[in-house]
Design a protein around this ligand. Structure first.
Ligand code: MEV
Length: 284
C-alpha cells in the first residue's frame, strides 16, 4: 500500500436525453475539463473528511469505499455543486480511483462508484458515472448490463450558463417518475431525438434544433424553470444553433451550442450570471 492515494475525475454535461435515460431511453453525455480531486491517507481514528468540504452523505460515501476507520480523505472540486455537471458522480469516481491508487488494487470503477451515486441520488441511470469513468463522448442506455458506446469527439464549442441555483436531482427524478405513464410518449420522443443527434453529432447546424426540441420536451415533463427557459431564449436570440437545460434541471445550467460564444457569455453576464466556454474532452 502507498502512503497516499490520489486521483482526479472529470465532471460531465448531458448533450441530450437526461431524465428519459432513467427510464431506459438512450442519452449522450460528454466529459468536461472541470472535476474533483481526492487524496486518501492512512491515519489512526475514524475515517473522516479533512478540510472545508464537510457533508454527512459524502463521509458515508467515503466510508463505503475505505471503511469506517483508519483514513483521512481530502477533497477538492472545481465543479459547481448541484448544477447538473456531475459533481457527485465525479466525487464517487475520484474516491474509487484514489482508493485503487492507495491500495494498488485495480477496481472496476463504474461498478464500484455506482453504489455511491445511488447514495447521493437514489435512482441514477448511471450515465454520469459512465461518462466520467470513460471520458470523451458517450452514448449510454440503462439496459442490464448498461450499453455504453464511445462516440468520436466533435470539435464544436458550447457555452455553459450557470443559473447559480441548485437542482435536487433525486427530487426531480422522482417527480418525473411520478408523472409516468402519461409522459411516456415524450420520453420516447427524447430517446428518438438522441438517436438522431448521434448521427449529426459533428454538425452543429443539424444538432442545434434537436437540442432545442429536447429543452421543450424537458419543460413539458416539468423539470425546466422560467429562468432556464429565458436563458435558452437569450442564447437563441444571440445566435446559438440550439440550447437546452443540461442535467436534472430545476436550476443548474444551460448548454448553448454556438461558434460565437462572446454574445451569449455577455448576455448571461447581463443577467448577473456566470458563463464559460466548454467543449467535450477527449477520452484519455
Ligand atoms: C443527471 O445528470 C441526469 C438525470 O438523467 C439523472 C440520471 O440519469 O441519473 C436527470
Amino acid at each position: 500500500m502507498k502512503p497516499v492515494g490520489r486521483a482526479w475525475a472529470s465532471g460531465k454535461l448531458i448533450l441530450a436525453g437526461e431524465h428519459a435515460v432513467v427510464h431506459g431511453q438512450p442519452a449522450i453525455a460528454f466529459a468536461v475539463d472541470l472535476g474533483s480531486t481526492v487524496e486518501i491517507t492512512a491515519r489512526p481514528g475514524p475515517t473522516a473528511i479533512d478540510g472545508p468540504i464537510q457533508d454527512p452523505k459524502l463521509t458515508q460515501a467515503v466510508r463505503m469505499v475505505v471503511g469506517d476507520h483508519g483514513y483521512g480523505v481530502s477533497i477538492a472540486s472545481t465543479l459547481p455543486i448541484g448544477r447538473g455537471m456531475g459533481s457527485s458522480a465525479s466525487l464517487a469516481v475520484a474516491i474509487v480511483r484514489a482508493w485503487a491508487d492507495l491500495t494498488e488494487q485495480p477496481l472496476d470503477t463504474f461498478d464500484a462508484a455506482m453504489p455511491l451515486e445511488r447514495l447521493f441520488h437514489q435512482n441514477p441511470s448511471g450515465v454520469d458515472v459512465a461518462v466520467i469513468t470513460r471520458g470523451g463522448v458517450l452514448r449510454y442506455q440503462r439496459t442490464v448490463p448498461p450499453t455504453m458506446s464511445s462516440l468520436p469527439c466533435p470539435s464544436w464549442t458550447a457555452v455553459v450558463i450557470d443559473t447559480g441555483k441548485v437542482g435536487v436531482t433525486a427530487d426531480l427524478v422522482a417527480g418525473v417518475t411520478s408523472r409516468r405513464p402519461a409522459i411516456d410518449p415524450i420520453l420516447a420522443r427524447i430517446g428518438a431525438l438522441v438517436d438522431e443527434a448521434t448521427t449529426v453529432l459533428h454538425d452543429p447546424a443539424a444538432l442545434g434544433p434537436l437540442l432545442l426540441e429536447n429543452h421543450t420536451l424537458l419543460a413539458q415533463i416539468g423539470v425546466s424553470t422560467p429562468q432556464l427557459d429565458e436563458l435558452v431564449g437569450m442564447a437563441m436570440a444571440h445566435g446559438a444553433y440550439g440550447a437546452k437545460l443540461s442535467g436534472a434541471g430545476g436550476g443548474g445550467v444551460v448548454l448553448a451550442l454556438t461558434d460565437d460564444p462572446a454574445p451569449i457569455v455577455a448576455g448571461a453576464e447581463a443577467f448577473g450570471l456566470r458563463a464559460w466556454i466548454t467543449r467535450p474532452v477527449e477520452a484519455p
